[in-house]
Design a protein around this ligand. Structure first.
Ligand SMILES: Cc1ncc(COP(=O)(O)O)c(C=O)c1O
Length: 356
């Protein structure tokens, strides 16, 4: 088969990033966040590759954890949203999952299986106001859990703007977290990629790292060049044409040639996961040279202005993101974040694993 559009996942890059994160997290245990199909990288393949390199894995909800257990993943798995129903707790007990609980109904569900849950994480709301017990509820929930069974308890919270350590929201969350952890004698977990990278010294026995694991850079923070992108979206040119000055290219005629131009058509579109929102000028590497997107993204194709590129021909390789252009750079041109680009792949895009 001849289709050139493909997602390459370099598993050795994820291992290299884990080594870098181990250096940064020093005494923290490292939990690899593999929710949303490991941020689009393939949860089973990634988890298999890294489970012996990290201390635990984290997913968003029970079904994601079940998929990993069914694939033979034996590492501890934290379920970040905790149970959505009582049946999720029965599964957690059966499959040795660690539920995070953040509201009182989940506590009720836990009670029936508490002896079979090796860990429960208690999530508190320090200010993000998405999930978590109120701070005043913590003592009572901890007492109830201890009374019900004495399973290991870890205190967790989540920062809403960790990439900005000095802003008012972060400092207020950090203050509340510090107050809470002073009277907490068990394990704690606060740091995501941004908090881990900013190394602000919040108490956190467990770092829960997702985006940096895959080589993503955090918007608003200086890039850490040691983190390597693990994902590369590639394709190859299928057509080249001359477009005279004044003519437009693609749907709606959005891009209009300001000079006689050479346009390359690449068979990747929003049906594959390349964002429709990509603006003219979004960088695409064609035959090893960066060139600007020219015209609206179609379902199956994009058009690129390769007038200034040398040696572009049918079959020339195109890199939509990878080492260059970096996914975060592409995301900026699309009015989104690299997290969204990583996670929006469709089944249509073939995946190849490198260095398994
Ligand atoms: C509760 C929680 N912890 C950790 C993470 C990992 O965040 P990041 O990918 O920024 O490292 C997430 C991601 O959304 C999360 O929701």
């Amino acid at each position: 088969m001849s289709r050139s559009t493909r997602l390459d996942i370099d598993l050795s890059a994820i291992s290299a990033n884990i080594a870098v994160l181990r250096e940064i997290t020093v005494e923290q245990k490292l939990m690899a966040v593999v929710k949303a199909n490991a941020y689009g990288h393939g949860a089973v393949a990634v988890s298999r590759h890294i489970e012996s390199q990290v201390d635990a894995l984290a997913v968003a909800f029970t079904e994601e954890a079940v998929t990993l257990r069914e694939a033979g993943i034996a590492a501890p798995i934290l379920v970040l949203e905790g149970p959505h129903a009582a049946s999720d707790i029965a599964l957690a007990a059966k499959l040795d999952l660690w539920p995070a609980i953040h509201q009182s109904q989940q506590f009720e569900w836990c009670q029936a299986h508490i002896a079979d849950l090796s860990q429960i994480w208690i999530k508190v709301d320090t200010g993000m106001h998405r999930l978590g017990f109120e701070l005043e509820e913590l003592d009572s929930i901890r007492n109830k859990l201890s009374h019900a069974g004495g399973t290991d308890l870890t205190l967790m919270s989540h920062l809403a703007a960790a990439e900005h350590p000095d802003n008012a929201l972060t400092t207020s969350q950090a203050r509340r977290w510090s107050e809470l952890t002073q009277r907490w004698d068990g394990q704690t977990s606060l740091n995501n990629s941004a908090a881990t990278r900013s190394a602000m010294g919040y108490r956190s026995d467990w770092a829960r790292v997702g985006y940096a694991l895959y080589g993503g850079q955090i918007e608003g923070m200086a890039a850490d060049d040691r983190l390597q992108p693990a994902m590369r979206l590639t394709s190859a040119v299928i057509a080249i044409r001359q477009v005279p000055v004044g003519d437009s290219v693609g749907y709606g005629g959005r891009w209009v040639a300001q000079r006689d131009s050479l346009i390359a058509t690449v068979p990747v579109g929003y049906g594959d996961g390349y964002p429709w929102s990509a603006a003219d000028g979004t960088p695409v590497s064609v035959a090893g040279q960066l060139a600007p997107l020219a015209g609206r993204v179609s379902m199956d194709m994009i058009t690129v202005d390769v007038t200034d590129c040398a040696d572009v021909e049918v079959g020339s390789m195109a890199v939509l993101w990878g080492d260059e252009p970096h996914i975060d750079e592409v995301a900026r041109h699309c009015g989104t974040i690299g997290y969204e680009l990583m996670t929006r792949f469709t089944r249509r895009t073939p995946v190849r694993y490198l260095n398994a």
